[in-house]
Ligand binder design. Sequence first.
Ligand code: ADP
Ligand code: MG
Length: 333
Amino acid sequence: MLLALLTLSACDNAPGTQVLEGKTMGTQWRVSVAALEPPRAAQLRQRIQQQLDADDHNLSTWKADSVLSRFNRYQGSAPQPVDAGMADIVTVALRIGQKTGGAMDITLGPLVNLWGFGPTKQPVHTPDAAQIAAARAQTGLQHLRVIQGVAGQWLQKDLPTLSVDLSTLGEGYATDHLARLMEQEGIRDYLVSVGGAVLSRGKNPQGRPWRVAIQKPTDRENAVQALVDLQGHGISTAGSYRNYYELDGKRISHVIDPLSGRPIEHKLVSATVIAPTALEADGWDTGLMVLGSEKAQALALKEQLAVYLISKEGDRFVSWMSPQFAAFLIGDE
Ligand code: ADP
Ligand code: MG
């Protein structure tokens, strides 16, 4: 039943709205703006696709020739040059990693692969404690650093086998990058998304706020739980139900707890975060998802984050929101 859920959906069907769409990073991108002349729309669509393809070429751990894959294959400790975007993502990821006590961990690659969610194949049997310990020994945020200099920026690792996985942040980063492209193009009112990360600024062509709906976890399609106006912020949802498989009769989530080295198993169904950038929202949602509902609530309050959590209590779904999240809520119009 849970698989039928859609957690975030952009309400961009107001008259006069033009929607451009395409594929990137194994998911869908979508840009909504006021109607454009056809040549302008075609040109914008092409620029968007080129930019997203370049981001994917930079960040993908699925593409062997990406900048990140080359860094991962490199087994030495000399600083490796990266572009400003990559340095930003890793800096934000390390900060959120630290603030979540290591729950959000971009060095988790060996564990992701062990559990079958990376470019390597799914396991046939549940990995045993020794395999988990061996994979865990190749991870750790303390082994990675970003060097910022006048001449550029570099990534450095002090564990030769360390591998960086930005899968959980790529959509957020690409969404922010799309928003920057809109600004460069002189477009001030837009709703952009890549996969589950969304950002909107300004108003829709009807002069109303762009709205993003958080769907209710029920059987009913399109049951809206909350509507938000992002006001220039990014939003992202992490969920335990979208990507999983069954192994030895158990449901295996693709979100892994770095502490135990095992896929998460708790009653928190989804964590939605609104933050100044979609990148931050995408980083926090994963960390909160790993922490589970009690710790996620405490951290949201401590860090004053705009957070919306949905947990499964028996047969019921229970939601919780932080005061900062409530500030983004709008009524149905
Ligand atoms: P969701 O579908 O919940 O939005 P994402 O696609 O954003 O999740 O991220 C899931 C991916 O992130 C996994 O496939 C894995 O590559 C990586 N990942 C899993 N656990 C963690 C973690 N604790 N910290 C950072 N990245 C993780
Ligand atoms: Mg995320």
